[in-house]
Design a protein around this ligand. Structure first.
Ligand code: FES
Ligand SMILES: [Fe+2]
Length: 349
């Protein structure tokens, strides 16, 4: 498949662990990210941290414990760990026993909450890059949290979830809905693409006229869609002086399962009463994509050879090239050189 190693999950990158609103103060959530057990915790003051979800004493997942005074307490023998992963208390120790709790530690992952999403940095080795790469931010919405978030688990590998996300040709077949478009509306498209940070972007354009849902936004509507490693799709719609943004963040649970977080932000106040409707649309869309990749998984179980055709699958080709270059640049300890060149892609959809 375009010279790619299908099993490569990229490390040394930030991944969305979960939407911030799913984690209340004083609580923890257990996640599996790229096959690693991770516990994400929120202190009473609202700040977040992430640790490897295994107690170094006897391997109990720390997420079964509780958050006490901004630290995590293991449910088995009450050892406590701070946000840096350092053990701060071993309750069984007697005063003259000279074991130093501070020398016991559990791996801490860099963890930050940005625009209402909790991101965890999954490192490649034991040393973290310094400085850490920035977390992508959506333009025009400040520090706002999403008006709407939908998370879904897809039973498919990261690569197929990403390709599905950027695939321009499945719309009229998979997303057939009264509010979107019908198969009859298929027509030829030509869109300009260019490189962007760790990925590529479809250069700002007026959305296609057959996309009914855009019409209600009114004003001069233009949209820019960017893809960025490891599996982030950013859509930025400008409608007059208002902004509507979408972030779709794919996070591999393991080699065969992928979590999809879809967050939508907007600045137009009159859209808020429509939240239930927008939520239904978002769920419908994601559900359609999910059932498609799950059908695909039944075929992929036989490990068939696959095809990437021009121009509809060029974005998928770019994705594999970007991944390959990302891995190569790390191995060769050099800067990432974006392999995408400016180009117009044409397809019918
Ligand atoms: S297993 Fe965690 S404190 Fe003993
Ligand atoms: Fe889709």
């Amino acid at each position: 498949m375009d010279g790619t190693d299908r099993s490569t999950l990229l490390r040394d990158l930030w991944y969305v662990a979960l939407p911030g609103r799913k984690l209340k103060p004083g609580k923890m959530v257990a996640k599996t990210m790229l096959g690693e057990p991770v516990v994400v915790a929120r202190r009473q003051d609202g700040s977040v941290f992430a640790l490897r979800d295994l107690c170094p004493h006897r391997g109990v997942p720390l997420s079964f414990g509780r958050v006490v005074d901004g630290e995590v307490e293991c449910p088995y023998h009450g050892w406590r760990f701070d946000g840096g992963g350092r053990c701060t208390l071993i309750p069984s120790l007697v005063a003259d026993q000279d074991m130093d709790a501070g020398r016991v530690g559990v791996r801490a992952y860099p963890c930050r909450e940005v625009q209402g999403n909790i991101w965890v940095f999954i490192p490649a080795g034991s040393d973290l890059p310094d400085p850490l790469p920035p977390i992508v931010e959506l333009p025009g919405i400040g520090e706002a949290s999403p008006r709407l978030v939908e998370s879904m688990t897809f039973d498919c590998a990261m690569d197929h979830a990403v390709i599905g996300l950027m695939d321009p040709a499945h719309g009229p077949f998979v997303h057939r809905s009264w509010f979107w478009r019908s198969r009859r509306s298929i027509h030829e498209k030509a869109k300009s693409f260019g490189p962007s940070e760790l990925g590529f972007r479809m250069i700002r354009h007026a959305p296609s006229k057959n996309a009914r849902a855009y019409r209600i936004l009114g004003g001069a509507v233009s949209t820019e869609i960017a893809f960025r490693l490891p599996g982030l799709r950013l859509e930025h719609v400008e409608a007059g002086r208002h902004t509507l943004c979408g972030l779709t963040a794919l996070t591999p649970v393991d080699e065969r399962t992928t979590e999809v977080h879809h967050a939508i932000y907007w600045t137009m106040p009159w859209l808020s009463p429509l939240i239930p409707a927008v939520r239904r649309i978002a769920r419908t869309f994601l559900g359609q994509d999910r059932s498609m990749v799950e059908m695909q998984a039944k075929g992929l179980a036989f490990d068939p050879p696959l095809m990437l055709i021009n121009d509809a699958d060029v974005q998928a080709k770019w994705y594999f090239r970007l991944k390959k270059e990302f891995v190569a640049s790390r191995v060769e300890q050099r800067d990432f050189v974006n392999p995408v060149k400016e180009r117009v892609l044409r397809w019918r959809s």
